[in-house]
Design a protein around this ligand. Structure first.
Ligand SMILES: Cc1ncc(COP(=O)(O)O)c(C=O)c1O
Length: 456
């Protein structure tokens, strides 16, 4: 069949499986933010905009809810917060006090975890520097080095001069899933060799196994990896203290712009073949469909019962959530500086986010705190950078949007502050709402911060 002919049947169903949302989904979330409207506006005027603002209540709820859920299903679970998702010291310290350990991936994260007195730290990364490894070895009473590959194992062994260092091995259970993921971990065809090399060394104690996969909207990949590891190692599992199943649980309440969904691309192809004009609304979005945490807990627990615990019933199960824990509690406050035709320009840009995802495919609810409403209205909200695709979104909740209004972009806590670009504008301050009070958790970046160490 020619592909043009195949378009006919596809065309009939093209609208049916697109379930666009009109913003009602976000009503409760917008309402809960509006309850703190006065405090948020006060923070904007006291600490300035743009500004990251953390709602400690939401962070507590997400973090404790995560731990409680997995403890219910997997009693011997332990939690390691992935610093890379948001390394604000306040957040890391807050999570430590709730019972999280630390998952770090680089020198500064490791130094931060040590400075914050984390008692258990797992250090993962595909190419750790000698400086990083030496610091981890020096702090061996608190750090497990999660070895990524055979060469790294040899490097660690070569760097330990006395005693033993606790290590785990990152496994790549299925490198065929995605080519780029073959960068991480040890494949099965080398795993037994790496395990035996570690076991025969007098410099390391091999105590754990690890895998990680990202952006999971169902527990499928965890279960598959657990099965692959269990069936491959069987009795050998009895020699390990823990299995670390990584992070990667998709946060709740995320949405994608419909324009960039597969369905839309299909619509575009269809309309081109049919020579039809495609009238499409940029502001439309679809809320991402994600299994509940209970489903993750239940299914991961059954996979462990079936493939891991029969060989080692005492194995601890480590989880390394980042995005799920840190995403929804931080928002970004911005001020409208200019009305331009139908649209507006605000005083913060994508340097705060470290990506151009909002122009590409992500939707974030934006609320006009100065003139709020539960009605989603169209307007392109441009950022402050000299880049055309520097924009926050195509719609906002509000009656209108004009110069000097303060708007808030919701749920921007993960891989934003920690990934912010050093580009044009200074990094924004970070404020925390804690027990109904505002606290400055990080000052706005200064000229001397940015150019520290530079010769003039
Ligand atoms: C090894 C490891 N653990 C945990 C995480 C955290 O993942 P997420 O933020 O998706 O939960 C990552 C993220 O890339 C990772 O690479």
């Amino acid at each position: 069949m020619r592909w043009e002919d195949a378009i006919g049947p596809l065309k009939e169903g093209w609208n049916e499986d697109i379930d666009e949302d009109d913003g009602n989904y976000y009503e409760d979330i917008v309402n809960s933010v509006l309850k703190k409207k006065d405090l948020l506006l006060e923070s904007a005027s006291r600490f300035g905009t743009p500004q990251y603002i953390l709602d400690e209540d939401v962070l507590r709820e997400k973090a404790s809810g995560f731990m409680q859920n997995f403890r219910n299903f997997i009693p011997n679970s332990r939690f390691f917060y992935a610093f890379k998702s948001n390394d604000l010291p306040y957040i890391c310290g807050f999570l430590r006090d709730l019972g999280f350990n630390a998952d770090v991936a680089g020198l500064f994260e490791l130094q931060l975890a040590l400075k914050l007195n984390f008692k258990r730290i797992i250090f993962t990364g595909p190419a750790k520097s000698t400086e990083e490894l030496l610091l981890a070895i020096e702090n061996r009473n608190r750090v497990v080095i999660n070895v990524d590959n055979k060469d790294e194992l040899d490097r660690v062994i070569g760097l330990v001069d006395d005693g033993r260092v606790r290590i785990s091995v990152r496994v790549n259970p299925d490198s065929s899933v995605m080519k780029t993921w073959s960068k991480f971990g040890v494949d099965f065809d080398e795993l037994k060799e790496v395990i035996s090399r570690a076991r025969t060394s007098s410099k390391v104690s091999l105590v754990g196994l690890h895998f990680h996969s990202s952006w999971n909207d169902t527990p499928e990949r965890y279960c598959k990896n657990i099965k692959l590891i269990g069936e491959f190692l069987k009795e050998d599992l009895s020699q390990f203290e823990f299995l670390d199943i990584g992070g990667g649980i998709y946060p709740e309440d995320q949405a994608t712009l419909t324009k960039f969904s597969h369905n839309y691309v299909l619509r575009e192809v269809v309309s081109e073949v049919q020579e039809e004009h495609l009238d499409f609304d940029l502001s439309e979005f679809v809320v991402d469909d994600v299994d509940s945490l209970e489903v993750f807990g239940k299914e991961i627990s059954s996979a462990l019962e079936k493939y891991i615990f029969p060989f080692n019933k005492d194995m601890d199960i480590y989880l390394e959530p980042g995005r799920y824990v840190s995403n929804n509690s931080t928002h970004i406050l911005l001020k409208v500086l200019c009305e331009k035709g139908e649209n507006v320009i605000v005083d913060g840009g994508m340097n705060l986010i470290g990506s151009l995802d909002f122009s590409q495919y992500l939707f974030a609810p934006i609320v006009n705190l100065s003139n709020p409403s539960l009605e989603l209205r169209k307007k392109t909200i441009y950022g402050s950078l000299c880049k055309a695709d520097d924009l926050w979104g195509y719609s906002f909740f509000g009656e209108g949007c004009k110069k000097d209004d303060v708007v808030i972009v919701l749920m921007q806590g993960s891989y934003t502050f920690s990934r912010a670009w050093r580009f044009i504008k200074e990094t924004a301050p970070y404020v925390v709402i804690s027990n109904g009070k505002l606290r400055l958790a990080k000052e706005k970046e200064k000229f001397s911060d940015r150019y520290s160490g530079c010769k003039f």
